[in-house]
Ligand binder design. Structure first.
Ligand SMILES: NC(=O)c1ccc[n+]([C@@H]2O[C@H](COP(=O)([O-])OP(=O)(O)OC[C@H]3O[C@@H](n4cnc5c(N)ncnc54)[C@H](OP(=O)(O)O)[C@@H]3O)[C@@H](O)[C@H]2O)c1
Length: 245
């Protein structure tokens, strides 16, 4: 059943039968926008997908080499806080293996109030060490692996799901997220992970923060063809919001 049948289904008929004057199609565009996550799940059988990354003025998302196991910040503190606010509105957050290994992110909502999203972590060969934050069991975390027998048994908070990494990874991940009833996911990198979803055309919105720094060399930002819906200045940063319509 798609969203049209849901909306134009029995509910309207029952109201009309009960003698209620029903007007349909009022502010349809605005209503669709308001319910876009719900409609995506109903129509496409996958969560609403938001891509997010920060890039330097010269188009890099990370330097080539890093000293510490934590992120090198590109965007300013106001953008970082906004990202935490955005995370609090989404059901899940997804990152690639290298991002976890290089940055050891917590992927939570520290600078805003609200619920932490479910963490989705790609780990084909289970090479992420267990002392990293994604294993801290502070929030439900789903590992997407290729290993049939993970070294950890799935528990309430640590779940292991298996896919075939040799083909349409994005589609398979979406099937797993749909199975877990994840309504929306924000994908926060790195390059390979973001580009995977872009190449499979599995995204609805992209949030690209451009900071004022330059790296001269590093890991290039993903390549994306989308329509810029909005541009917002956040002090020294610019946030471009793309849609994939
Ligand atoms: N500026 C930002 O917004 C931002 C955000 C996040 C991360 N970063 C930076 O990005 C860098 C990491 O980027 P990255 O591209 O190297 O790594 P990544 O996307 O985080 O992880 C790549 C790894 O994930 C697995 N993977 C992801 N997609 C896959 C696919 N389609 N097929 C097979 N395996 C896939 C592979 O693991 P296996 O090798 O185990 O197979 C691959 O090596 C870090 O330096 C991090 O700091 C920047």
């Amino acid at each position: 059943m798609d969203s049209n049948t849901l909306v134009a289904g029995k509910g309207i008929k029952r109201l009309k039968n009960a003698g209620i004057n029903v007007i349909v199609g009022v502010l349809e565009k605005e209503c669709r926008e308001h319910h876009k996550k719900f409609f995506t799940v109903q129509d496409k059988k996958r969560p609403y997908i938001i891509l997010k990354w920060a890039e330097t003025r010269d188009g890099f998302i990370a330097p080539l080499a890093k000293k510490d196991q934590r992120p090198v910040w590109i965007s300013n503190q106001y953008s970082q806080q906004l990202v935490h606010k955005l995370r609090s509105k989404e059901h899940a957050i997804l990152v690639g293996t290298n991002t976890v290994i290089f940055d050891n992110p917590k992927l939570n909502v520290r600078s805003w109030s609200g619920e932490n999203p479910v963490r989705i972590v790609l780990d084909k060969n289970l090479r992420i060490e267990k002392n990293l934050s994604v294993f801290d069991e502070s929030v439900k975390t789903i590992f997407i692996t290729e290993k049939k027998e993970p070294y950890f048994k799935s528990s309430l908070d640590l779940i292991f799901e298996t896919i075939d990494y040799s083909k349409n990874i994005g589609v398979q991940i979406c099937e797993i997220l749909y199975k877990h009833q994840i309504q929306s996911v924000i994908i926060e990198g790195g390059l390979q992970t973001l580009q995977t979803f872009i190449n499979e055309n599995l995204w609805d919105e992209a949030l690209v923060f451009t900071g004022e720094t330059e790296f001269n060399e590093g890991i290039k930002a993903p390549v994306l063809n989308g329509i810029i819906k909005e541009m917002i200045n956040i002090k020294t940063d610019v946030l471009k919001i793309y849609t994939n319509d």
